[in-house]
Design a protein around this ligand. Structure first.
Ligand SMILES: Cc1cc2nc3c(=O)[nH]c(=O)nc-3n(C[C@H](O)[C@H](O)[C@H](O)COP(=O)(O)OP(=O)(O)OC[C@H]3O[C@@H](n4cnc5c(N)ncnc54)[C@H](O)[C@@H]3O)c2cc1C
Length: 402
């Protein structure tokens, strides 16, 4: 992998999304951040041009270099992270279905996570619970099989769910055999309009406020047997193996999804960092203090030099991780490295951008304080920075570090 150039398709996609981010997303960002509501009109615009849609996602998944998705996501989040997350949120559900479902289930449910330009639909991926965020092996949500009716019955409460309760398709990870911890879990599709699924509290957040985050309450939710992702036979075999051997060697369903999506989450953070860096650089060339543009003061210039260096380092880790995810797999926690580095860089760079803008940077009239708030979530969701460090530490040492 010595070639860092993007192919023609990737360059086209990059330009296309950048144009949408610049013309449609950025001008709307402040308003939706203040409103703290899901930005349906913008997502509908994205659907009209084919940016919000399962075909786009599937095309990106099919890219053998795997760089298309991080390149696209960087541009999207350069536009705005809250709106970007509103556009990308359904992809988590789609990835959960693609990662665990049969080809028939993928064809049936992934398109329903998106709908079409005439009727936009949403997907939600529901793993976290009030008492199980990082520790996803400890899920309390139960799935019980009702053999007589060939139905699964789900009960529990999910916390912090992107698109939770407003989604059409909810993908729910639940414990089938709690004693087996993560190896006793399975993923289920809850189809649109299923009785017993409701939205709990909607969280009011520090950042990415255009993205909807809420509890999902599952109260005797009955779903047909065919909604078990991967099918019953596969689950029974997995559970039997896990019971026999004490461990199955298979990855937990939730973990498998997160691992594959980590470089993309890193790319989200990268887009925010780049937005803040570019803005701060322009500002530093214009703003004068002590008779010269502040960029002529070394303290500011060096800050910008570090921002540029860190952003490039993060991008290289993301591209490497994306490439490895399709070409050979991770050996040293490279997926986690990319998400960890990019998230921390985004928090640091956006904070430095506020510093460079001085008092103006601290006000809501300028976007950098929003970017700082938006950046922070990336050190928390889809595995906190500490959990990424844990994954990397285990990978490099081969030891069970707790
Ligand atoms: C805006 C937003 C959107 C989200 N979207 C979704 C979604 O769509 N679907 C979904 O399922 N979840 C979602 N989440 C949940 C998110 O993934 C969890 O919040 C995250 O995994 C952390 O879990 P927790 O909040 O329970 O923190 P905890 O697990 O309680 O962690 C608290 C602190 O302890 C540290 N910690 C925990 N265990 C260890 C350890 N072993 N070693 C070292 N440090 C440790 C953590 O790093 C953290 O600093 C979302 C969260 C937010 C805020």
């Amino acid at each position: 992998m010595a070639d860092f150039s993007l192919n023609e398709d990737q360059v086209q996609i990059q330009k296309w999304i950048h144009g949408f981010a610049e013309d449609v997303i950025r001008p709307a960002a402040h308003e939706w951040d203040e409103r703290e509501e899901f930005p349906y009109p913008i997502v509908e615009e994205a659907a009209k041009i084919g940016l919000y849609g399962w075909e786009f996602l599937m095309n990106a998944f099919a890219d053998p270099t795997a760089l298309t998705l991080p390149v696209a996501v960087e541009e999207l989040f350069w536009g705005d992270a809250g709106i970007g997350m509103a556009i990308m949120g359904s992809a988590l559900a789609a990835a959960g279905i693609s990662g665990n479902g049969t080809p028939e289930q993928v064809m049936e449910w992934v398109p329903q996570c998106y709908g079409d330009a005439s009727k936009v639909q949403l997907g939600a991926f529901c793993v976290s619970e009030p008492d199980a965020g990082s520790d996803v092996s400890n899920l309390r949500t139960r799935a019980v099989y009702d053999e007589a009716n060939d139905e699964w019955v789900l009960n529990g409460t999910k916390a912090w769910i992107t698109n939770g309760g407003i989604a059409d398709v909810h993908v729910v990870v639940a414990a089938v055999d709690p004693e087996l911890k993560g190896r006793g879990q399975a993923s289920f599709v809850v189809p649109p309009g299923t009785k017993g699924l409701s939205q709990g509290q909607k969280y009011l957040k520090h950042g990415i406020r255009a993205s909807h985050t809420a509890e999902v309450v599952l109260d005797d939710v009955r779903i047909p047997g065919r909604c078990l992702l991967g099918g019953k036979e596969k689950l029974d075999a997995k559970l039997a193996r896990a019971r026999e051997m004490g461990h199955s060697g298979e990855k937990q369903p939730a973990m498998a999804t997160f691992e594959a999506t980590r470089p993309t989450v890193g790319a989200q953070a990268l887009g925010i960092a780049r937005a803040a860096y570019e803005y701060a650089l322009d500002y530093a060339k214009e703003r004068k203090a002590f008779g010269k543009p502040i960029v002529m003061h070394q303290a500011i210039a060096f800050k910008l030099a570090n921002m540029a260096t860190e952003i490039d380092a993060a991008r290289l880790l993301i591209w490497r991780a994306a490439w490895l995810s399709r070409n050979g797999g991770f050996t040293n926690g490279e997926g986690s490295m990319s998400k960890y580095k990019a998230s921390e860089v985004a928090v640091r760079v956006t904070e430095d951008a506020i510093q460079i803008l001085g008092g103006y940077g601290y006000t809501r009239e300028y976007p950098v304080e929003r970017w700082h708030r938006d950046a922070k979530i990336h050190t928390i969701f889809e595995g906190t920075s500490e959990i990424q460090q844990l994954v990397i530490a285990r990978a490099i040492s081969g030891m069970r570090i707790e």
